[in-house]
Design a protein around this ligand. Structure first.
Ligand SMILES: Cc1ncc(COP(=O)(O)O)c(C=O)c1O
Length: 398
């Protein structure tokens, strides 16, 4: 072992993260407990993953049921029931038709880009050249693999790894009419997050989403909506796109899907699915029986009408508390953005310093850029926990 590894408190783990100090040993609902027994209100949910909180009985029961069968993995060479049940449920809930399972958000975007190109290639025979271009949005974050990184608008993430996948055009989501200037003849897909999470919790308006839908439909372009972060109940709807009254051609899901076990999915129309041939794409682990069993439990829970109504009610409560915070601290709080239980508080100072003080006071939050504090409580959060979190935040503003 080198001296560097020996001197690092995290031992041999690669230094791509700078984790904060607490070492967590237990989780209970909205709370994480560190090795000294200190309790923290977890308004990160592991970056929008643990939507049912920590230690939820439905997840424990699903894991136990799955382990009782002895099937953790069989590969996609064979059929297993949990993946088929989950695909059926996701198709039913989204109004789409077919599902591909993978293992992360980045992988779901990677697959969606490939499927869209395959579909556009098939649909556009007879045109001058193959349709390959992808339109993405300024401020977008879709992942860190080569394809998903190419449609992510972050110079610092892209620069060290160029050349990336070519053929990406970025447009400003604040000016959706810019789309009308784009020549669609070589465009395969438009990809957008209905709510940009990493980009500062910026919600696309229903009008913008509808404009994207009508432009893509009119021009034979696939619309990919990335709901890896904002999907599966977080907005108080199963999917964020529902409130715009549209439906994408491809939908990417991941973070909360399997309650903290790694799983991603691409849900698509039959028309897209028909363009995909055996061998076009694949994965060893995607849709395995253990993760799919847990995901079935999560999806049942987050799509339950009572649970969605609860998210809407708690979302209104959180918005109200944040408005009160802004009224009391007009100098420090510049803007509030969000929907349901996904909120960004834009502050005048450094988000990192506020996060650190909040953590010391027992509240965990996530940054979304240098000046935005992101609140992503579990969808099971209580009214009292929301009050406590906003009180701690208020006491630790710049
Ligand atoms: C909207 C969106 N898409 C894709 C990703 C990438 O997901 P993963 O980190 O699981 O690869 C993220 C991660 O934050 C995301 O927020």
């Amino acid at each position: 072992m080198t001296a560097g590894v020996a001197a690092d408190p995290r031992g041999a783990l690669l230094g791509v993260y700078r984790p904060a100090e607490p070492l967590f040993v237990r989780g209970e609902g909205s709370t994480l407990v560190d090795e000294d027994g200190k309790r923290y209100l977890d308004f990160t949910s592991g970056i929008a993953v643990t939507a049912l909180g920590h230690g939820h009985p439905a997840i424990r029961a699903a894991v136990e049921r799955a382990l009782d069968t002895g099937l953790i993995h069989t590969s996609n060479l064979f059929r297993t029931a949990p993946a088929e049940e989950l695909a059926h449920r996701l198709a039913e809930l989204s109004g789409l038709d077919r599902v591909f399972f993978c293992n992360s958000g980045g992988e779901s975007v990677e697959a969606a880009l490939k499927f869209a190109r395959r579909w556009a290639g098939r649909n556009r025979e007879g045109e001058a050249g193959p349709r390959h271009r992808i339109i993405a949005l300024r401020g977008a974050f879709h992942g860190r693999l080569f394809g998903s990184l190419a449609v992510t608008d972050r110079e610092a993430y892209q620069a060290p790894f160029r050349p990336l996948m070519p053929g990406v055009t970025f447009i400003d989501p604040e000016e959706p009419a810019a789309l009308d200037e784009v020549d669609p003849s070589d465009v395969a897909a438009l990809i957008a997050e209905p709510i940009q999470g990493e980009g500062g919790v910026r919600c696309l308006s229903a009008e913008t989403l509808r404009h994207f839908r009508s432009w893509t439909q009119a021009n034979g372009v696939a619309l990919i909506l990335d709901e890896v972060q904002c999907g599966l109940g977080r907005t108080g709807h199963v999917f964020a796109f529902e409130s715009a009254g549209i439906r994408p051609d491809l939908l990417t899901l991941a973070k909360p899907l399997a309650g903290g076990l790694p799983m991603g999915a691409v849900v698509m129309t039959e028309d897209v699915a028909e363009a995909i041939q055996p061998g076009d794409h694949g994965t060893t682990f995607g849709g395995g029986p253990l993760v799919a069993s847990v995901a079935n439990a999560v999806v049942n829970q987050v799509s339950d009408p009572d649970s969605l109504a609860q998210v809407q009610e708690m979302g209104r409560k959180l918005h109200g508390l944040l408005r009160g915070l802004q009224e009391r601290h007009p100098e420090e709080v510049e803007a509030l953005r969000g929907r349901g239980l996904m909120w960004g508080v834009q502050i005048r100072g450094e988000a990192g310093a506020v996060m650190k003080r909040a953590r010391e006071a027992g509240l965990l939050v996530v940054p979304a850029g240098d000046h935005v504090i992101r609140l992503l409580p579990p969808l099971t959060v209580s009214s009292h926990e929301l009050e406590r979190a906003v009180t701690i935040l208020g006491a630790n503003l710049p």
